[in-house]
Design a protein around this ligand. Structure first.
Ligand SMILES: [Fe+2]
Length: 275
């Protein structure tokens, strides 16, 4: 894990005051109200993403404060968190799935929605474009090489905050008492017992799992474990360790030699990051 320092704060920051931030929050809540539906399934999944967004905003502020970011930088990072999954609502309403491979890339869709709405028109061109790029990169397997330090810094911050909350949603789901399945969370994957070779190979080589190699629910869980190799900031890694997310996900995968090896590699990696 590469810990990124705070020197970026010295650059000219985009200035978003409290009032403007409140305008963006109000816009967001009005926007998602338009997805109110009589269908219980739609209502629940829209609410799931609304609550996820609220918590990602909180997570990003917590990480940012632990990194001693200044108020301007905190508000800008909160703005990226607020809009990072704006594409999810239209995606679910239109396709009834959160699986990008069955519908469309929710990050790209989000950028289209932001552009069409004009909600960011009150920002200057470069700040607006920065938000669009960060939103479009937030779910990529790897980040673009040709980007500014500032863009990569905020994208990494967002990716850490986003992952922390996805781990929360998934582990809450795996440990649920009611046993009710949510195919939107499981991405309609089959619950077969094996772990695919390509998924296994990626994790034991400390690489992020390519979503295209995910064949079943176990693969999806191993992919979630592998996100540990893409945590950028120490406060996020500390939260991941403190909240036991990796252990919980491992506990809901059937025991096997492959799982044993995955645990070994991941635990060794996490232990190294803890200091
Ligand atoms: Fe998200």
């Amino acid at each position: 894990m590469k810990i990124i320092n705070n020197s970026l704060q010295k650059e000219n920051m985009v200035c978003i005051n409290n009032e403007l931030m409140q305008y963006f929050r109000n816009w967001f809540y009005r926007y998602i109200e338009t997805f109110n539906s009589s269908e219980k399934n739609i209502r629940e999944n829209i609410l799931l993403k609304k609550m996820h967004t609220d918590r990602v905003c909180e997570e990003i502020l917590q990480i940012g404060r632990k990194l001693d970011l200044k108020e301007d930088a905190l508000r800008f990072s909160e703005l990226t968190a607020l809009f990072h999954d704006i594409g999810r609502f239209e995606q679910y309403a239109g396709y009834k799935t959160f699986a990008d491979y069955k519908s469309e890339n929710h990050a790209e869709l989000g950028v289209k929605i932001l552009k069409k709405s004009g909600v960011l028109n009150c920002l200057n061109d470069s700040s607006r474009d920065l938000v669009y790029r960060i939103v479009s990169y937030h779910n990529r397997a790897c980040l673009p090489e040709r980007e500014t330090d500032r863009c990569l810094f905020y994208t990494k911050l967002l990716r850490d905050a986003d992952k922390l909350d996805i781990w929360k949603v998934l582990t809450d789901y795996y440990l649920r008492k009611d046993g009710v399945l949510n195919s939107a969370i499981e991405l309609e994957l089959p619950d077969t017992p094996e772990i695919s070779d390509k998924v296994y190979e990626a994790v034991i080589n400390k690489r992020i799992v390519d979503a295209h190699h995910v064949r079943n629910l176990n693969d999806f869980k191993v992919l979630q474990i592998g996100w540990v190799f893409d945590v950028n900031f120490k406060p996020a890694m500390d939260a991941l360790i403190y909240r036991n997310y990796i252990e919980i996900i491992c506990s809901v995968i059937p025991a096997s030699e492959k799982l044993k090896k995955i645990k070994e590699v991941v635990n060794r990696y996490v232990e190294k990051q803890a200091y």
